[in-house]
Design a protein around this ligand. Structure first.
Ligand code: PEP
Length: 252
């Protein structure tokens, strides 16, 4: 099955509203005809409204970087799916390793967040990935199996293909130490096979991204791998020229 490539920029805690708007104004004319791939900007909460407004009618989709599973309640500091959809936000990144490692995000919480986001009409990018120690100990597949199985457990089978899964080895995030094409292909194929244990059709339909130190000079090789349908990009998504180069690299 032909899957549309997907390049998603994860800005993390970068860019004020003014900086976000300047980025969008710089990017829009550069990618207006890039219909070979889907493009998303995952912005801080504070910039969501501005980026939704300034990208309206364009091919850029806007994603949040986290979400609570409840629609409302006594959860200080949290943001819910209806709050995001009200802004016309397209989707949400869930389970990023920085949220798991620094803010205590658990697979159990993700089990609730993923279906809650889908039910609200949000697209989901679910992040999974092993630490360096887990890879060295030969534990990569066990770790990925646990994260994928738990994160998708409450997702109805016919919606599995709607969840974009980003394989992001933690040792490659923000380190400049990109996975080899062999490592990326093997892990992304394994993630797809895990989904395939519930539905082969949904596994063929769903997109698997690679993330971890993707840059313009290594993107084409990674994006050309059979089970890599795109990239979740941190550092290189903060710069208009680099991000444009990544979108172009998805042309194949
Ligand atoms: C990320 O934040 O998801 C990421 C992959 O970051 P970087 O591209 O900077 O490694």
């Amino acid at each position: 099955m032909a899957r549309q490539p997907f390049i998603a920029g994860n800005w993390k805690m970068h860019k004020t509203v003014a900086e976000a708007e300047a980025f969008v104004q710089g990017l829009l004319p550069r990618i207006y005809d890039a219909d070979h791939c889907d493009v998303a900007l995952c912005t801080p909460f504070t910039a969501l409204q501005a980026v939704v407004d300034s990208t309206r009618g364009s091919r850029i989709e806007v994603y949040a970087q986290n979400m609570h599973h409840e629609a409302q309640g006594a959860f200080t500091g949290e943001v819910s799916a209806p709050m995001l959809t009200e802004l016309d936000v397209h989707g949400v990144v869930l389970g990023h390793s920085e949220r798991r490692q620094l803010f205590g995000e658990t697979d159990k919480a993700l089990q609730l967040k993923v279906p809650a986001a889908l039910d609200a009409g949000l697209q989901v990018i679910l992040c999974v990935g092993e630490t360096e120690e887990e890879r060295e100990a030969g534990d990569t597949e066990r770790r990925l199996r646990h994260q994928v199985d738990e994160g998708l457990e409450k997702v109805p089978t016919e919606r599995l293909g709607d969840v974009v899964i980003a394989y992001e080895p933690i040792w490659a995030i923000g380190t400049g130490q990109v996975a080899t094409p062999e490592q990326a292909q093997e892990a992304c194929a394994f993630v797809r096979a895990l989904v395939g244990q519930r539905s082969k059709e949904e596994a063929d339909r769903g997109r698997v991204l690679y993330g971890g130190s993707v840059k313009p000079d290594n993107a084409a090789e990674l994006l050309g791998l059979p089970d890599v349908d795109g990239a979740l990009v941190g550092g290189a998504s903060l710069d208009v020229e680099q991000f444009e180069a990544l979108v172009n690299a998805a042309k194949g």
